[in-house]
Ligand binder design. Sequence first.
Ligand code: GSH
Length: 221
Amino acid sequence: MAEIKIYSAVVCPYAHRSRLVLQEKGIDFDLIEINLQNKPEGFTNISPYGKVPALVHGENRVWESAVINEYLNEVFPNPPLLPNNPIDKAQARIWIDFANTRFVPAFSTLLRSPEIEQQEAAKQELYKHLEFIEKEAFGKLSGEGPYWFGESVSLVDFTFYPWFERWPALKHYRGFGVPEEFARIRQWKKAIKQRESVVAIANSKEFYIERYARFATPVAA
Ligand SMILES: N[C@@H](CCC(=O)N[C@@H](CS)C(=O)NCC(=O)O)C(=O)O
């Protein structure tokens, strides 16, 4: 039995974030797949909000993907996945917060909303966020390197990537791909997709299209 247990669901992008960090750091872990439609009894003893991901490390329980990722980065420091100096570390946390409070909600609204008007508003919102990432992240922080902080991959890259792996579902159901003009984002996506840690647990676009059908296709009245 491994020292670390991660409670996950294959379709969940938040759980994907933490699994990527485990893979990247080469940490041995047991993966427990949770059926979110039929959670095991007592699951809230492990994950108080009843959500995945949740991590058990000996006596310790940690939940919330962004917090799990920072915990893993401190307990297993190699390779380091946050910059060292305070201002870069602050920037990393700002981008993680941006993902959680702005980017992900726009993505979810676009995918889940049955109303055309709401979808159009969410498309505009998501476009604006992509433009912000292209200019403020890749235009200012990344130099020539393909990742958020240049040559080295970080928690920020793993925080955003799961939504980009799921983007084909957004394109399929809502006709919204990552626009051509965001060349640096596209270059980033190409680079991160090739990492060993990412390839090891990647799912196909058909998988996401199939699994997201129930969110994206409104039930007929
Ligand atoms: N803020 C949480 C979000 C986790 C989350 O929403 N997980 C979803 C699956 S993607 C879940 O477990 N939903 C089950 C439920 O809410 O009952 C994180 O970052 O870990």
